[in-house]
Write a protein that binds this ligand. Structure first.
Ligand SMILES: Nc1ncnc2c1ncn2[C@@H]1O[C@H](COP(=O)(O)OP(=O)(O)O)[C@@H](O)[C@H]1O
Ligand SMILES: [Mg+2]
Length: 311
């Protein structure tokens, strides 16, 4: 269900489980979290705003939908998401506070409540963003990815709906969410596979060619998505559009996209070349995240000092 009933149950201290997937406002989860509202629905479940009643702190709570929670493999994937995400302590990654399971077995995850919009909402008008704003957001995403990669984790699903823009001073701080498809590169090959071998995972528009080919992913897989998101912010549409997933895959396999230099000449040759290389078909031809971060920092400083921020 998408909207919980509006009746308040202020003093309830036991878990209230509805017949559907939703919770009434005021319902208690795990004897500590009181549901305050419904934030949204993702591919795997519902996201709620809740209050940690002991700490008096608001949090976000993700509860896996009943139909998914029935499947052992999904419950295992969810637990893995929780552990992976919890291992990344960084300002550009949503922080995980707690996890548990309802009495009916549905797992839930408690995380930092992010107030702001997703990058998807920001891109909705299909207008290009300003150059400085784009570089700030791209840099924030890159820093979040670096923190994940340092833990040996590839996100694999860096899309505009998995980036939240949280107000920060007079700008935005991007935060990476949803490690539901993330893969731990440290996991041994004989460990149980949560994704069927060869299964395509990711969102068509933002999938790297190696994901489409069901080949090995690496940190460069996230670099590809970073390139795509940056292109979309600078131009207003993604570099490899198409009416169907197959059309998008074909364009990605062909590897033809307008160059960053052509679409936004003010980027400068160096940064434009680096961003073009993020979209290389072969992961080996993509730049290292560290180089991208360096160039974004340089470009941002230059833009700020030359007063070209409005372009
Ligand atoms: N910690 C959070 N704070 C605020 N909103 C969130 C938070 N986590 C997720 N959301 C919102 O819920 C949506 C779905 O969450 P996500 O974790 O991406 O789930 P799914 O795996 O179902 O895609 C996000 O796109 C975002 O709008
Ligand atoms: Mg998501």
């Amino acid at each position: 269900m998408s909207t919980p009933p509006t009746t308040a149950h202020e003093n309830r201290d036991e878990e209230v489980v509805e017949s559907g997937d939703g919770f009434p406002l005021g319902a208690m989860i795990g004897s500590r979290y009181r549901i305050l509202g419904h934030i949204g629905r993702g591919g795997m479940g519902e996201i709620y705003r809740a209050l940690h009643v002991v700490l008096r702190r608001e949090v976000a709570l993700k509860v896996i939908a009943r139909r998914w929670a029935k499947r052992r493999v999904i419950r295992a994937r969810f637990r893995a998401e929780v552990r992976r995400a919890a291992s990344i302590i960084d300002d550009h990654v949503v922080q995980i506070y707690d996890a548990g399971a309802l009495t009916d077995g549905r797992p839930y995850l408690v995380m930092e409540l992010l107030l702001g919009d997703t990058l998807a909402a920001r891109l909705e008008p299909r207008d290009a963003l300003g150059l400085l704003e784009t570089l700030e957001i791209a840099l924030g995403i890159a820093l979040g990815l670096r923190a994940a990669h340092r833990q040996g984790i590839v996100h694999r699903d860096v899309t505009p709906s998995n980036v939240m823009l949280v107000p920060d001073g007079d700008g935005w701080r991007p935060k990476l969410l949803d490690f539901g498809l993330a893969v731990d590169l440290g996991v041994r090959d004989d460990a149980p596979r949560l994704t069927a071998p060869g299964a395509r995972v990711g969102t068509a528009l933002y999938m790297a060619p190696e994901q489409i080919a069901c080949a090995r992913v690496s940190p460069r897989t996230d670099v590809y998505a970073l390139g795509e998101l940056t292109f979309e912010m600078l131009v207003g549409w993604p570099p490899f559009g198409g009416a169907t997933a197959e059309a998008i895959y074909r364009r990605k396999r062909e590897g033809r996209h307008p160059s960053f230099r052509t679409v936004r000449p003010e980027l400068g040759a160096e940064l434009a070349g680096l961003l073009d290389a993020c979209l290389a078909r072969d992961p080996e031809d993509r730049p290292d995240l560290e180089r991208i971060i360096d160039q974004l920092v340089i470009a941002r400083a230059w833009l700020r000092s030359s007063g070209r921020a409005a372009t």
